[in-house]
Design a protein around this ligand. Sequence first.
Ligand code: PGA
Length: 253
Amino acid sequence: MRKQIAAANWKMNLTVTEAETLLYSILDAGIEVSENQKVVFAVPSPYLAMAAKKVADYNNISVAAQNVYSKKSGAFTGETSVSMLKSIGVVHAIIGHSERREYFNEGNQFIAEKVKLCLQESVVPIFCCGEALPVREAGEQNGFVQTQLEESLFDLSADEIQQVVIAYEPIWAIGTGKTASSDQAQEMHAHIRSQLAGKYGEAVSENVSILYGGSVKASNAKEIFGKPDVDGGLVGGASLIADEFVAIIKALK
Ligand code: PGA
């Protein structure tokens, strides 16, 4: 059965003291994360080792990198490899976040290489997809997301695709306070799942967690997560506020 996941994406925020305070106050809030759920903290890279060590004592709570490079090792100044992550106990990585696509020109093929390498090394990729506003306004979002899936994921085997977590994040809803309605989220999630079913069969598609991202907060999480094809969220702004994120965790199915 697929997991229900609350993933915090702290992006490029917080000093180490602030990061520790935030992480500790969420963990100390007595959250119960059941076996069919998972909580993930995508912290800034300098804090990965600290966070991984801290969550090691908790069940079903993990740390994720916000990015990772597509090559195993070598002369790639400034980059982080998958094996570096594993060596500090980090086995999740966000791949292809829209901010990486937009500001660092990451394309579908490059993202495909990262996903593949993560899977080869047993790191769970949290693969992000989603359309910008003009695409949505033109009514072309389904085809757009379908191409992202085809070009970055559909070379994977059926075994591999079931290890991937997909995050649908409409770009027009990220950091804007503008959330997709729960029906819009469900519609796209069902579309993504039907694409997976078409390629890999229905049983495989039912095993893939599909998260929604874009202005998720305590006040809307329950409704969005309540939709049948929404398996939790990738949360930016609201994950920087302990009470908000704790409530979001509690809103998981
Ligand atoms: P937001 O960010 O929750 O601040 O909209 C989500 C994301 O970019 O992952």
